[in-house]
Ligand binder design. Structure first.
Ligand code: PSV
Ligand code: MN
Length: 404
């Protein structure tokens, strides 16, 4: 495609629509999507994990893969880690390995759901001994944050109950608050605690942090370093996530995202595949919030089952770029005028116009200015990296299922 001519036409049209194209390009160049270490290894459903040739086998290979996605996309300069999946003896070496490849270690995620002792919960467990072990693990993660220079402790709890009467919901709430208060005191200076919610699974009667309101109330009690993490897959069907995003942004408590496309439950599909308009709506709220959205962290949280790992991650990152670009080119001036005039469909039309705009020439222009491949997916497909890692790493033996 002769993108230069198309870009010139698009830039002209955007300028007529009250869009500062240079400012849009600057924002696109600063976009930052974090990829998860666990998205590079073999993972799938609880029924079956299909091994992928070349899937990363350890944190060093996961960092290599994350750096490769950053090299192609230019907007994925950090990798989230999950402890103990990514536990190492030498965290300096981990940070160094990442730095040499041009990326950083991002959010540190404690794992409070895979140990036998957590059958009845982690920090809400009826036994004080189990709760103490869970707290100690989170404190260990705060220490790791210091070692890898991470500013985010990202928390998700599988805690909840399966039957009415199984445990006291209110007491569990108090246990949760007590534990988080203790962990909060160990956060490195200037860092943040992100509190993720999920309305079901693996507990099905009640989940201790079931929705954004519960995470928000908890964050308010803890202090300004505690914020809410919105995992797009963790809502009931039909929930308006853009509304939650707008509300939390306005309250200064939107800490970050786990991005994915939810079809029925949780987080297993590539963000922006079946939900491009939903993703756009979310980015419109972020773009409209301007500086108030400055510190929001964007992280992919997906577990690919049948997709090639690297290409899936690249598509995920690029889908976020496309959605952000479309949000940035919204004619916010006309939108506001139409909103104030009560022009319901006229206002809606402004968003639809932006959503229907082909932003590929704009993204190519941005990539060219950043010295990146104009079409990262074509570059990936033409490149030998996937074949090289498949030859080197081979096909790992997998077990029956895994969390995702
Ligand atoms: C839980 O479903 C979740 O979304 C949490 O963020 C976990 O840390 C992640 O998936 C990985 O299992
Ligand atoms: Mn998540």
């Amino acid at each position: 495609m002769d993108f230069k001519a198309e870009y010139a036409r698009l830039a002209e049209r955007l300028a007529q629509n009250n869009v500062d194209v240079e400012a849009v390009k600057t924002k696109l160049k600063q976009q930052h999507i974090e990829t998860p270490s666990w998205g590079y290894g073999n993972s799938g459903t609880r029924f079956k994990v299909f091994a992928w040739p070349g899937a990363a086998r350890n944190i060093w290979e996961r960092i290599d893969d994350a750096a490769y996605i950053h090299k192609l996309s230019g907007i994925a300069p950090s990798i989230a880690i999950h402890i103990p999946w990514d536990k190492v003896d030498d965290y300096n070496a981990m940070q160094q390995h990442a730095a040499e490849r041009g990326i950083k270690i991002g959010a540190v995620n404690p794992n409070l759901f895979q140990d036998d002792r957590y059958k009845l919960g982690s920090i809400t467990h009826p036994s004080a001994g189990v709760r103490e072990e869970a707290i100690a693990h989170m404190v260990e993660c705060c220490e790791i944050m210091g070692k890898v220079n991470s500013g985010l402790l990202s928390l998700w709890f599988a805690d909840g109950t399966n039957y009415a009467g199984q445990d006291s919901i209110r007491e569990r709430k108090h246990r949760m608050e007590d534990a988080l208060r203790q962990v909060y005191a160990h956060l490195p200076a200037g860092s943040r605690m992100l509190i993720e919610y999920k309305f079901f699974e693996p507990a099905f009667y009640h989940t201790d942090l079931a929705d954004w309101g519960m995470s928000y109330a908890t964050a308010l009690k803890l202090g300004p370093q505690a914020q809410v993490l919105v995992d797009t897959g963790h809502h009931a069907q039909g929930t308006n996530i853009a509304h939650i995003v707008a509300f939390l942004l306005d309250e200064g408590r939107l800490g970050g995202f786990h991005l994915n496309a939810r079809r029925y439950a949780d987080d297993d599909l590539i963000v922006g595949t079946n939900n491009p308009f939903e993703l756009f709506e979310i980015y419109v709220e972020l773009a409209a919030a301007g500086d108030a959205a400055r510190d929001v962290a964007y992280m992919i949280d997906q577990s690919h089952n049948i997709e090639p790992k690297l290409e899936a991650m690249l598509v995920s990152v690029l889908n976020c770029q496309t959605a952000y670009a479309k949000a940035l080119i919204v004619d916010f001036k006309t939108l506001r005028e139409r909103q104030l005039a009560g022009d319901v469909l006229g206002a809606h039309r402004v968003l639809v116009d932006a959503f229907e705009t082909d932003v590929r020439p704009l993204l190519m222009q941005v990539r060219e200015e950043k010295g990146l491949p104009l079409d990262p997916i074509a570059a990936y497909r033409a490149d030998g990296y996937a074949k090289k890692v498949a030859d080197e790493r081979g096909l790992a033996v997998t077990s029956g299922g895994a969390i995702g």
